[in-house]
Design a protein around this ligand. Sequence first.
Ligand code: FNR
Length: 359
Amino acid sequence: MLLTLSDYEAEAQARLTKPVWDFVTGGAGEDGTVRANRRAFDGWRFRPRVGIDVSSIDVSTKLLGCSWQAPIAIAPTALHELCARDGELATAPAAASVGLPFTVSTFGSRTIEELAASCPQAVLWQQVYVFKDRSVTASLVERAHAAGAGAILVTVDSPWLGRRHRDMRGEFAMPPGVIARNLAASTGDDPDIVSPSAHSRRTMDPSLTWRDITWLSGLTDLPVVCKGVQTGEDAVAAREAGAAAVVVSNHGGRQLEGARATLDALPEVVAAVGPDYPVLMDGGVRSGRDVLLALGLGASAVLVGRPVLHGLAVAGTAGVAGVLTTLVEELVDAMGHCGRTTLRAIGHDLVTPTLGARP
Ligand code: FNR
């Protein structure tokens, strides 16, 4: 029975080849930060209130110029065709049916134009990297705008891909026929990412600074969101460079082995930028209770990465919709039991450190 996101994960593992499973699941080094992201949620518990009418609960929100049915979005993950034949064409209708934004990766196996045409109801965001060849980044932004995207997420934590031991040991190579068509539409040819790590060394720009974020913000009137901020100082710098929001993210533990859990970094970031600036987070969110803990610690919304790929591998569109619906239902359930009926009612008083788990 597919009751929880762990059930989808176990079923996905049974269906994917080992190299693809390792690519999706693994992180930098020996997966220490991947584990830290998950464990951080055990460090917090709820302080539920009772005596409040919870017969009607509203989890909808308005953020970055669009309406969301719940404060949850799909994080950008490369090459959905690794997990299902139709790739992102299967993901977009699931996001649309649950009413949540879908961030299309630069390395999407389908172009943002194809997705916008095949699923006009979906709220699509485009993730970009700052490439050495700035015209490729600019082209992705322009194409996203023309395709009706709602926001640009610029990933700032990737001078190159992290040292992912599982992929290095398994010599991960892209299966034949899986192509990063979204990037190819901006480079004009097949970008040859047989080895994602080698491709990142050739193309991603390690000289990226906040000046590049200001440059990017000047290319578009769409909200530009900096993904991959892990400190208060950098969140302030992102805001000053023109970002409309930040995502507290360590790339799902895939870049810097030893980075702290994103849930642990979140309060510092929220304190640095204040309550009126949108702070999203991702990393290790695996239930609606996790979503609620992140909101209690100051997140405006969360993104989910791997669980969406698990849903895709298990049952395509229906699998992704199942994962997203589970998160929303669990969030509503937890809010009701906590005596919170709207997102506005969620504050730091909702959460408390787990006794014994923290110094
Ligand atoms: C990612 N992530 C990612 N991020 C990004 O900015 N651009 C990308 O192309 C990708 N690609 C990618 C592929 C795969 C297989 C994974 C698992 C992740 C990172 C992603 O956006 C997000 O930060 C993490 O996945 C969040 O952590 P969880 O939800 O997977 O724990």
